[in-house]
Design a protein around this ligand. Sequence first.
Ligand SMILES: [Zn+2]
Length: 381
Amino acid sequence: MKGVFQVAKLFGIPVQIHWSFLLIFAWVFYVGSEESLDWWEMGGYALLVLALFFCVVLHEFGHALTARRYGVETRDIILSPIGGVARLDRLPEKPWQEFMVAIAGPLVNVGISLLLALFPMLSSGESRRQFFDYFYLLFNPDSNAFALNVSPVYEFIFLLIIVNIVLALFNMLPAFPMDGGRVLRALLSARMGRLRATRIATFVGQGFAILLAGYGIWSWSPITALIGVFVFMAAASEYRMVRLDGLLSHYTVGDVARRQFTRLYASDPLALALEQYRQGMEKGFLVFDEWQNLVGVLPEKELVEAAGDSAAHSLPVGRLAHARFEALLASDSLKAVIPGMQWEQYQLLPVFDKGQLVGVVDQNSVNSFIRLRQKSGGAKT
Ligand SMILES: [Zn+2]
């Protein structure tokens, strides 16, 4: 993803931050100077924002580590000003697994709140009383919780408890990509299959998104409106993804393999490969030795990079081809290989059937196959 930089790697999962995340601190500074807070108070709020996002990271690890228990890996966790997202490699297979993965995040925030609440509860009677007063006053609009004269440390803990409760509740809204939407879908899929469940959950989610965006506009809160728009689009894309998933599970690699492809030989000059690339529809090539054994794969990326270097044009393609490559079986499920192709950006993969090379699969052939099948309503022909 563009515009992100890695800040940590925990449990083998990279934690990345989008640059716009830093705008939050500008916002704290802006609000702070509007309210004429001093530097200590502003620092306190900046610290609260950091603590809040640390809780968001823990929330995402709740999802990621639960998913790992069901054999689903997480590519990365990305933080942006509107929240965090753990990008899972795929959806967990069974509805109850999806339920567990989805609910694990909000449960982390509930856990954090309970842990933090132990501080005032286990300390002196005075801070316990303040703790209850603080919450009582907070939900009582006529009063001012700030008049309580709570010590800064306790106030920090109280606010953190509140934001964690808000995080848990907000995420449980039944709208994709919020966890509540996934919980709803998981509960529905146990009864009616994932596609129909997703359609209903998407419908509910988009309804909420419209309400949220409307509320954002009505209350002049651009962030809320933006989250509404974001949720609306995410719900639609979730539905498309599940539909695609259902479509792919009906086909094998053999169904999309291209049977006709250009054979390059390891001793061919690169200039020949470039000419084929320029004239034909093929973007990557298989490379053979003189005994017709497949010895490598020449991806588009290598070709394009070498094109700029005219000295390389006379080199044999065998020098540029990747000798280590993955091969597919014609009987492999399309559903199982496509996510890998998209994540890793495989350009071209050879397809074998009963030990014989029968064709190739590349991103183009897969994409056009998907487009055609989606047009024809996904029926297997
Ligand atoms: Zn979550």
